[in-house]
Design a protein around this ligand. Structure first.
Ligand code: FRU
Length: 488
């Protein structure tokens, strides 16, 4: 018994003793991060006994990916999070090299976590491994026991033609009195797919079907699947590895997409025609959603990308990784819209506003900040190009702007400071010749909600401390109305 709990106790002690070594320079003010060390995917997102619980892939010992633990935080408002002890550590035969991503469900008042046990089977870590699905349970939502009979879905339950290695990220849900789980997979020709399993008691699972798959053009392993209903449509969200760029889309190493389709649980099928990006920026991956007690479908993703060096990994910052703002997902016609959850408005302070400012050329706003919200309307008038420069100093700026001729919205971080550079673009139409933006800047992040959530662009930036200026600019005349609040 003692050996079982050692790794959790060790991780918690390490965090307690070392968290003060974290450098705060790029720490976010209103986004969830780990206390220290590395985090990636959100896991086990659930509302349980009146609080939102978020777990996350976590390696507390260094700001790099390592044997995965599950970190844990709770919140009443989805914005301010309180840390709880590490929930899972890789401490059993069936998960000895990592407790990979998974999800949570409440049953008979208890909180269950279903996660992937990652185990290396040889020297070459890129291919010598197996992944199985495991279950842990808790009476208080804080301390978890792993089932002795784990794994609950073993490799022998993997269907023919599915990868025997990449079999992970269970997303559990209940429908018609039964439990189901989606599992990320790929077939033997490297096409991403999602497998569906069914259970009456969470412990014994049977394979139903390959729910949905790529036919050669939608990337490799479909990681972190999720499914939900909005209106009368079913929506499947997956994070395909190595989805190839198409023009301005899918220019990150991996992408997150959604499909609108029809779920048939009896046959175990989900059919769809088209797929779309969830986020058009640089840093968004592996999101999870919940339906909360207010009836909202809320999504939160990892606000980083694989294989991109992060400035907080070096210079003794001792941490890496953050989550996006929680976003409410709404179906409008045949597209998803994403809006920051309304709770964020409770954290607005120090309003600054500009009304109907005639803009031609560049204007320095009489306000500064590194952690704020901007609500903006550009009335394009005759301007060809207009936008904002954020986190401005003599040498640095992050530019977001719209070009009317090519109908593209741009997010440029070439001069944002440390860290990766580059530009992302996406097609946007003006509405009555107007562009609406809701922008969240938080120390080392920018999230831009375009035209009331029609599109979102998310990116990490690492500006200097003195880069706090804000400028608006226009080539040709336009009219700017803007409100800014510090978010604290
Ligand atoms: C997605 C992912 C998951 C896996 C986890 C490992 O970012 O690769 O597929 O479970 O991260 O940390």
């Amino acid at each position: 018994m003692i050996a079982i709990y050692n790794k959790i106790a060790k991780a918690n002690e390490w965090i307690e003793q070392n968290k003060s070594s974290v450098n705060n320079q790029y720490r976010l003010n209103y986004h969830l991060m780990g206390e220290m060390g590395w985090i990636n995917d959100p896991n086990g997102f659930i509302e349980y006994k009146g609080r939102y619980h978020m777990f996350y892939q976590h390696y507390p010992y260094e700001p790099v990916w390592g044997p995965m633990h599950w970190g844990h935080a709770v919140s009443k408002d989805l914005i301010k999070w309180e840390y709880l002890p590490v929930a899972l550590a890789p401490d059993r035969e069936f998960d000895k090299d990592g407790c990979f991503s998974g999800s949570a469900i409440e049953k008979d008042g208890m909180l269950y976590l279903m996660y992937t046990g990652h185990v290396y089977t040889g020297e070459d870590k890129s291919k010598d491994y197996i992944q199985t699905q495991c279950l842990a349970y808790s009476y208080d939502g804080i301390t978890f026991e792993k089932l002795v009979s784990n794994p609950v879905i073993d490799t022998y339950s993997i269907p023919a033609n599915a990868s025997l290695r990449d079999f992970r990220d269970p997303k559990i849900f209940k429908a018609d009195g039964c439990y189901y789980t989606l599992i990320g997979s790929k077939d033997k020709n490297e096409n991403g797919q999602v497998l569906l399993y069914k259970s009456k008691d969470l412990k014994k699972w049977e394979y139903v079907n390959c729910l949905s798959k790529s036919h050669g053009s939608i990337g490799n392993t479909w990681e972190c699947p999720d499914i939900f209903k909005l209106g009368d449509r079913d929506i499947l969200v997956v994070s395909p590895q190595y989805l190839k760029p198409r023009g301005n889309e899918f220019n990150n190493l991996h992408s997150t997409i959604y499909m609108l389709g029809n779920l048939n649980l009896d046959c175990g099928t989900f059919s769809f025609d088209e797929f779309y990006s969830v986020d058009y920026g640089f840093d968004f991956y592996a999101p999870q959603t919940i339906l909360d007690s207010k009836g909202r479908r809320i999504m939160l993703g990892w606000m980083d990308m694989w294989e991109t060096p992060k400035p907080t990994q070096t210079d003794k910052h001792n941490w890496a990784g953050a989550m996006t703002l929680p976003r409410e997902v709404v179906l409008k016609g045949s597209r998803l819209y994403f809006k920051p959850v309304e709770e964020i408005a409770d954290f607005r302070r120090n309003e600054y506003s500009v009304s109907n400012l005639k803009l031609s050329g560049e204007e320095v706003l009489q306000t500064i900040g590194d952690s704020y919200e901007l609500d903006i309307c550009f009335d394009a008038q005759d301007a060809l190009e207009f936008g904002l420069k954020l986190r401005v100093s003599d040498a640095e700026e992050t530019i977001i702007y719209y070009n009317k001729e090519d109908k593209l919205f741009y997010f440029n971080r070439d001069k944002s400071g440390s860290g990766l550079k580059g530009e992302r673009r996406t097609n946007v139409d003006l509405i009555d010749n107007k562009l609406m933006l809701q922008i969240f800047v938080d120390k080392s992040s920018v999230e831009v909600f375009i035209n009331e959530g029609e599109k979102v662009m998310t990116g990490r930036i690492y500006p200097s401390k003195d880069a706090v200026g804000i400028c608006a600019f226009s080539k040709g005349d336009c009219i700017l109305t803007l409100s800014k609040w510090d978010i604290v």
